[in-house]
Design a binder for this molecule. Structure first.
Ligand code: SF4
Length: 64
């Protein structure tokens, strides 16, 4: 029997965990994140997403 995973970010091939509660989505290139911190060398970020979020671009992790 094949286990069916929830289609959430934590099970998506585009998700990258950043810490225990947060991650980023790498489905698309980084997006402009504003200029609120002038000391940073660049202002482009991958979108921050919760491991429990989801979107219509979900793709399951590759099978091992
Ligand atoms: S936002 Fe969509 S594409 Fe990005 S990690 Fe979550 S489910 Fe995957």
């Amino acid at each position: 029997m094949t286990e069916r995973l929830e289609p959430t970010c934590s099970h998506c091939r585009y998700f990258q965990m950043q810490d225990a509660q947060n991650g980023t989505c790498h489905r698309f290139p980084p997006v402009f994140a504003g200029e609120s911190s002038p000391r940073e060398t660049h202002h482009w970020r991958f979108p921050a997403v919760s491991p429990f979020a989801w979107c219509g671009e979900f793709q399951p992790l590759p099978q091992r």
